[in-house]
Design a binder for this molecule. Sequence first.
Ligand code: LLP
Length: 418
Amino acid sequence: MDHFHYRDNVYFAEDVSLEAIAEQVGTPCYVYSRATLERHWRAFDDAFDGYPHTICYAVKANANLAVLNLFARMGSGFDIVSGGELERVLRAGGDPARVVFSGVGKGRDEIERAIAVGIQCFNVESAAELERIESLAAAASRRVRIAVRINPDVDARTHPYISTGLKENKFGIPVDEAVDVYRRAAASAHLEVSGVACHIGSQLTGMAPFEDAFARVLAFVDRLAGAGIELDHLDLGGGLGVRYRDESPPLPRDYTRALVACLERHGCSLPVTIEPGRVICANAGVFLTRVEYLKAGAARRFAVVDGAMNDLLRPALYQAWQEIVPVTIDETLPAYDYDVVGPVCESADFLGKERHLAIAPSALLAVRSAGAYGHVMSSNYNARPRCAEVMVDGDAFHVVRERETFEQLVAGERLLPA
Ligand code: LLP
């Protein structure tokens, strides 16, 4: 459930009309609902019903400082994949001792910084990375906790770009090689074996691939125990999908029940870490954009809007479908099928195709389910400044990121000497 709804034919976020936000902040912009973000985080937390767990929110889904700060205030942990995300978590008041660091390409400086601030755990993705972490821990005279991310070779049945658990994917270490990596870690004075990690993909809409992966992780934990290696947690990644159109993904409670049942069947009572991103943020945000022109082509009608693929990349990159609704419903207008397209000079620049809309020129549109993997994936392509982000809180709203100016856009650039 989210807190976006119509009131007298005008679309609202909580108690604020999106017309008012567009008026004061301009378009395009992202609008988040605080109540929805908090509700979704809590729904996941409550769904564990007392089973020992840590929620490490996947920062990549939405890394705005205000968003991270809300979760930090709720006691969340964080899953990061870069030094930049670590700095964001720290800046937002997150506790480094509740940070797990995932990702296949951790740089030296990123590892050094994570060691210095004392993160909870490195999720290691290769033997070479383990060596690098060990040598940097030794140089800092520290002992750091590690989990090995295994690649369970499970088909997540999602878009190929966001599948991560197949053996042809770059992520994780094959199960058969992972035991050796643990042996090396266990023998090091600077590494402490802490857990095992696994993440098979994103936007999963059924439980079966998760259950398959959990079973493989548990079988692997037994193998480790056989080799005398004990763990203190299981990190089962993120990936739970949301409804964009007509998907019916498991609810957080279905997910956690199946997870806990799997652990119980296996006689495992280890604490669990999960790294949800999309399921918390996607339906807590919309992308607000205004029609610039209505244009009839030879074969299609176009609603040319001021938001584009540089602002919201998912439709162009994954052919993702996100619902587009008019901010103001006017039943006197004729409805047509429109391709909703941006000003960027690419035919991939669309937010939605063949959308049945009754809109006037200059209408405001809201692209729903845009709170995850929206602003974080934006760019400056076509010299378009990055758009603003707004957080609604009850009947108030706050600009949590200013619209970028042209000066900021070129701030780091230099001409060659004359
Ligand atoms: N943990 C790890 C190690 C991950 O790689 C990811 C996502 C997550 C957690 C969070 O997954 P979630 O709960 O959000 O599904 N840009 C794509 C999604 C990329 C996901 C990458 N990894 C999209 O817009 O669909």
